[in-house]
Design a protein around this ligand. Structure first.
Ligand code: PMV
Length: 318
């Protein structure tokens, strides 16, 4: 038996990924740029030994169907790489809502990729672990690294652009539900590509916004980066809505209005939304506490969490 434990944080994209390139390998159709968050974590322990079906527990519940199949697919790649066909026992826990658009697949597959490779005795560098994570969830490739992270089109791995300490932002997460989301993002992306009349426009617009967000962020212009991040989120959601996917709920719309009101009042704050109803606000460190307090009062917002830029995935003693 060999075991390893890894911790990874979710990430929130300033420049969104939505849509996959045709063909195998789970490559995004557009580039993306994200901030890894401290304060929210997935901890995953992988133990390899014996024969038989993998056993995967997520927050104490035995995974079945699609979520077991996705974990096993990653574990199969690790087994193929090390030439060992041992069964895996996986225990993964999140300290935030799972599968509800709070980027649990990003931290989940990042932690699983790192723990599984280490348990198998593979001493892979971060790029290789990121490539493994990307094949399960492209956003997970980004959670291997800390700070500001890019996943470029056609690249196998994500890469860090700025360390956490150089990112002058906080993220206020407005939790609007503890429930799982209705549509997995892989399926939603496929249907968007097939049927949204705005998909072609998204494929043209996303790289342009990405380049501008990247440039603003590298110049330390977080106001411009935040304003463009709103554009990226709205373009992504407009495109998904064209295929029938509406992730916004009443509370999401109210929280977005509250972000705009805070901004009119002088706060440096910008919203984003992923494939779920939660709103996340990119906010200057000075405005973060006040924004978190105001957003917690929005009807339908259950609680707010303030996250600083965080580090990449790491191994812990088992
Ligand atoms: O990699 P997935 O399947 O978790 O897709 C995530 C897509 C978004 O969160 C909506 C956007 C992004 O870039 O994180």
């Amino acid at each position: 038996m060999t075991a390893a434990v890894a911790i990874a944080h979710p990430n929130i994209a300033l420049s969104k990924y939505w849509g996959k390139r045709a063909g195998e390998g789970n490559f995004p159709a557009v580039p993306s740029l994200s901030l890894t968050l401290a304060g929210l974590s997935t901890k995953t322990r992988v133990e390899l030994g014996g024969r038989g079906r993998d056993e995967v527990r997520i927050n104490g519940a035995l995974a079945e169907g699609e979520s077991l199949a996705r974990a096993t697919a990653l574990l199969d790649r690790v087994r193929a790489a090390c030439g060992n066909d041992a069964r895996a026992f996986v225990e993964s826990t999140n300290d935030f809502p799972t599968a509800s658009g709070l980027a649990s697949s990003a931290s989940g597959f990042a932690a699983l990729a790192l723990a599984a490779t280490r348990a198998a005795g593979l001493d892979w560098d971060s790029e290789r672990v990121s490539d493994l994570a990307r094949q399960s969830s492209a956003s997970a490739a980004r959670s291997i690294f800390g700070g500001l992270v890019e996943l470029a089109v056609g690249e196998r791995s994500a890469r860090a652009l700025l360390p956490a300490s150089a990112v002058d932002l906080r993220v206020v997460v407005c939790v609007t539900t503890e429930e799982r989301k209705a549509h997995g993002s892989t399926d939603a992306m496929r249907k968007t590509a097939e049927s949204s009349p705005y998909y072609r426009a998204w494929l043209e617009r996303a790289p342009v916004l990405h380049g501008a967000i990247r440039e603003a962020a590298l110049a330390g212009d977080w106001i411009r980066a935040g304003a463009l991040a709103e554009e990226s989120a709205l373009a992504m959601h407009g495109c998904a809505l064209g295929a029938g996917f509406s992730y916004f709920r009443d509370a999401s719309v109210r929280a977005i209005d509250a972000v705009r009101t805070l901004r009119e009042g002088g706060a440096r704050i910008f919203f984003t939304v992923d494939a779920g109803p939660h709103v996340k606000a990119f906010v200057s460190p000075e405005d973060a506490a006040r924004a978190a307090e105001a957003l917690a009062l929005v009807p339908g917002v259950l609680r707010t969490i303030v996250c600083a830029p965080g580090e990449g995935a790491r191994v812990e003693a088992p």
